[in-house]
Design a binder for this molecule. Structure first.
Ligand code: NAI
Length: 339
């Protein structure tokens, strides 16, 4: 039976990279039925609405969404489509694997780390107001329910994927109540997973440790703001935002997305690198219960990346998006990279 997926191509290079990813995923032979819907800046220009109820309904109905990057018009007074989707679909877990790939220029090789970020609370609740002229207050929300839920998600992932250690990242030495509660929930949940080592790191020390010796970490668990920042630091360890996947996961829905932006400077030129969205597509295959297809795409990608003639310009090559896509489709079909 075909998997029915909501496809939001997005703005800028979004339609190009999502077409590439759809072609590559279909080359595995897995059946897909794509429900293509529009959201974002171009849709706002066309209809006055950046995220319609129909799009939200499609995401809810199909339960799995693949999304290209979306431009957020600045100073036009509406919330980011990405933030709204996370909220309405209750996608409480932001999942970012930080994995090395041949062909990327990096300081460290063999990276294999998982970042789990709480996606609904913290300072991203967006509760800000002007107390008196010249003084603004921004509220950081931390709840026992959300902190426990994300900690349990991280430990369950560790248990089912053979991970050995979960490190909770915090600043509870200063934010004793809010980060203190996040940490307390982590400790409470850890008790149920005695086989998994758990420890704690203050966020500033973690950043230094990550740039000096990232291999010491296995899984990181962070609240929203620290998770956002450390995720990009993690991306930098393996070649930048153009290389890393992202998934937003809830109990009823999941959304797989490129974490880079719309790259307006190269849009429409068939030179964008589709790897970030493709790796999100690999996570989507795993989520859909297609681990063999996911494995085939992953191995084919690693194999293709050892060649210099199919790299896109951002990786120092000259290949177009469609040349890279064609090379990957044929690598998948020939079983390249499989032992
Ligand atoms: P950007 O990521 O779009 O571009 C930064 C630089 O990286 C540019 O030089 C671009 O050409 C390059 N780049 C990005 N992705 C690439 C790819 N796949 N292949 C080759 N080169 C790539 O960041 P920028 O310029 O700050 O943002 C542009 C727009 O994207 C803004 O409207 C922003 O709001 C939006 N954005 C959307 C995101 C999302 O939907 N997840 C995330 C970040 C930004």
């Amino acid at each position: 039976m075909a998997h029915r997926i909501t496809l939001i191509p997005g703005d800028g290079i979004g339609p190009e990279v999502s077409k590439a990813v759809v072609d590559i995923l279909e080359s595995t032979g897995v059946g897909f039925e794509w429900e293509r819907v529009e959201a974002g800046a171009a849709e706002f220009e066309r209809t006055g609405e950046s995220l319609s109820l129909d799009v939200i309904e499609a995401c809810k109905r199909n339960r799995v969404t693949l999304k290209g990057p979306i431009g957020t018009p600045i100073a036009k007074g509406f919330q980011s489509v990405n933030v709204r989707l996370r909220k309405v679909l209750d996608l409480y877990c932001n999942f970012r694997p930080v994995e090395s790939l041949p062909g990327a220029l990096t300081h460290f090789g063999d990276m294999d780390m998982i970042i789990v970020r709480e996606n609904t609370e913290g300072l991203y609740a967006g509760l800000e107001h002007e107390v008196v002229p010249g003084v603004v207050e921004s509220l950081k929300i931390v709840s026992e329910r959300a902190s426990t839920r994300i900690a349990r998600w991280a430990f369950e992932y560790a248990r089912t994927h053979g991970r050995k250690r979960v490190t909770c990242v915090h600043k509870a030495n200063i934010m004793k109540m809010s980060d203190g509660l996040f940490l307390k929930c982590f400790r409470n949940v850890a008790v149920d997973y005695p086989e998994i080592h758990h420890d704690e790191k203050i966020v500033d020390a973690l950043c230094m440790n990550l740039v000096m010796n990232p291999h010491q970490f296995d899984m990181l668990l962070l609240e929203n703001l620290y998770g956002d920042i450390v995720s990009d630091l993690g991306a930098g360890l393996v070649g930048g935002l153009g290389m890393v996947p992202g998934a937003n996961i809830g109990d009823d829905s999941a959304l797989f997305e490129a974490v880079h932006g719309t790259a307006p400077d190269i849009a429409g030129q068939n030179i964008a690198n589709p790897i970030a969205l493709l790796r999100s597509g690999i996570l989507m295959l795993e989520h859909l219960g297609e681990p063999h297809a996911a494995h085939r795409v992953r191995r084919a990608l690693e194999h293709v990346m050892t060649r210099t003639d199919v790299r896109t310009r951002d990786l120092g090559g000259t290949a177009s998006t469609s040349e890279f896509t064609a090379a990957l489709c044929s690598a998948i079909q020939s079983g390249a990279g499989l032992d």
